[in-house]
Design a protein around this ligand. Structure first.
Ligand code: DGJ
Length: 530
């Protein structure tokens, strides 16, 4: 299949200043949940414990891993029973799928490679630290590793095309998981040393020159661009050389894996990011060479076939991370995030402010749904616990239902300046401008109260009409013209069904104000000035 021939397939549509995800020829927002790492290795487990939970949360997409060891247990012998079952399970529950290729790396390490890869340390060499210690990470400088990973991934994509190119249950693929080197900034094997002593590839330098205005502060700080006669990694990038070197080689490796997969079936493909947690964190303490905040540009240079660099956002600085990864060359897609009290506010904000293509709380099947034994403390054995707050699940379920049914409306405003996100966050302004009005926002509960923080999105459908969705805030409108008074024509409560407004109460009298309660809702507000 031609790599560029994505017509009719799930694809990214580039608008002037934004992107849309198109699925079955319609704009789509992936309102997803990612399952725990081991859940999708058993179809029975998925049936018993997972699918119905995704339905309860009103997810329209499940994010599930496919591990290399389970599809190619012996070299060259492929078994796609699990993949087939996952696609069937998703279809039965009316869900789309994002597959995660747990191939060569998962959270830095090579844990999901087949036994025949693990055992063959000559053919698949391990990364060596500066002290000579072998780490449980297969080197990204190994040609054999690249060939084996690419071949397995291509087989997977060929299989998915064969069984799914008509119905299109699988809509995107994440290639590898949170890559980079933990424990060292670069590989110190003799082969890697040789590469580190060679010149920086001209393609990387050319990319940096062509994009010199937009580079990350980290690259701007470390790139010694004036000295045209400097050629080596350390000469050009100084103390950042090792991280940039690893990022370049890692991105080249993954780009080639992605390309092999797309040659079989060109679905949108992305990489996810283990973010650098704080400024002073040293290389090796976070997966170094992965596409973190510092080196996105290196990945853009080295990975032209990768459609999206997608941050896993567990940090408190949600808004700042969205800002960094939503760029003209990179739509915001959140493949993993927290499922505690901030998650409902964050989904509204990511979509409203940054036109996110997808949102994915991690470990969805053990999230509290407020009604069954899971929320009363029962958890399956060997279950990996993640942070959460009681009572958030039902709110997420309501938010996902609203956002899914509003998608045809919301996505019309992607790439325009008529939509804003709202987030109860220290850095968020207390007022914004939209249409002909200044909108004063007030959050109903203090930031440190028991109630989840507020979040929402506001669309100026025209200069005087607004759709306001979300929870936990009020809006007061004033005219931008100082001598005019703003007043409501009407305020309507309602809901959406498949893109259509379903009216509820007309709010007047005591309810004549824009005030969203603790549960997600949507209001339609019409104003005039006099
Ligand atoms: C991030 C990883 O990408 C996931 O696979 C999972 O291990 C989570 N961390 C657990 O919090």
């Amino acid at each position: 299949m031609n790599l560029l021939d994505t017509a009719g397939l799930p694809r990214l549509d580039k608008l002037k200043d934004a992107y849309r995800l198109i699925v079955n020829d319609k704009p789509f927002i992936s309102l997803a949940g990612e399952v725990h790492n081991s859940s999708a290795s058993s179809l029975e487990y998925m049936d018993k414990n997972v699918w119905e939970r995704l339905v309860y949360f009103n997810c329209n997409t499940a994010v599930v891993p496919v591990s290399w060891e389970l599809i190619e247990p012996e070299e060259g012998i492929f078994d796609f029973t699990l993949v087939h079952g996952l696609i069937e399970g998703a279809r039965k529950h009316n869900l789309k799928l994002v597959l995660i290729w747990f191939g060569m790396w998962k959270n830095s390490h090579s844990t999901y490679v087949p036994a025949w890869v693990k055992r063959d340390t000559l053919r698949f060499p391990r990364v060596q630290s500066a002290s000579g210690k072998k780490l449980p990470i297969i080197s990204c400088h190994s040609e054999e590793a690249l060939q084996a990973d690419s071949k397995a991934f291509a087989e997977l994509m060929r299989y998915v095309r064969q069984v799914d190119s008509v119905e299109q249950t699988v809509i995107m693929v994440q290639v590898e998981n949170e890559v980079g080197f933990l424990g060292t900034a670069r590989d110190y094997s003799s082969q890697a040393d040789k590469l580190f002593k060679a010149n920086v590839p001209i393609e990387l330098i050319q990319y940096l020159k062509d994009h010199s205005e937009e580079l990350s502060p980290f690259i701007k700080k470390h790139w010694k661009r004036e000295s045209a006669d400097l050629l080596g990694w350390t000469q050009i990038f100084g103390s950042a050389a090792e991280e940039i070197f690893t990022a370049w080689h890692m991105s080249r490796f993954i780009d080639q894996v992605v390309e092999s997969g797309k040659e079989e079936y060109p679905l949108p493909m992305f990489v996810n990011v283990w973010l650098k947690q704080y400024e002073e964190q040293e290389p090796g303490q976070y997966p170094t060479g992965g596409p973190n905040q510092n080196v996105i540009d290196v990945w853009k240079a080295g990975g032209p076939h990768v459609d999206i660099i997608a941050p896993d956002i567990y940090l408190n600085e949600f808004a700042q991370i969205c800002e960094i990864y939503n760029r003209p060359d990179n739509p915001l897609f959140i493949p993993e995030t927290r499922r505690d009290s901030v998650t409902v506010a964050n989904v509204f904000y990511a979509i409203g402010e940054h036109q996110a293509l997808g949102y994915t709380p991690f470990g969805i099947e053990t999230m509290d749904n407020g009604v069954d034994p899971w929320s009363a403390g029962f958890l399956p054995p060997n279950h990996f616990m993640v942070m959460e707050s009681a009572g958030v699940g039902p709110l997420l379920s309501k938010a996902y239902d609203l956002l899914h049914h509003m998608t045809p409306v919301i996505t019309q405003y992607y790439g325009t300046k008529q939509m804003r996100g709202i987030l109860q966050d220290k850095a968020y302004p207390s007022a914004i401008r939209l249409g002909e009005y200044r909108l004063q926002l007030r959050f109903k509960n203090g930031l440190h109260s028991e109630a989840p923080p507020a979040g929402g999105l506001i669309i100026a459908v025209s200069d005087h009409e607004f759709l306001i969705a979300g929870h936990g805030f009020t809006v007061e409108f004033t005219s931008l013209e100082p001598r005019k008074t703003a007043d409501f024509i009407s305020i309507d409560e309602g809901w959406y069904h498949e893109g259509n407004w379903v009216p509820g109460r007309r709010l007047n009298g005591d309810e004549y104000r824009v005030s969203l309660g603790n549960e997600p809702q949507v209001l339609k507000v019409s104003l005039y000035t006099h």
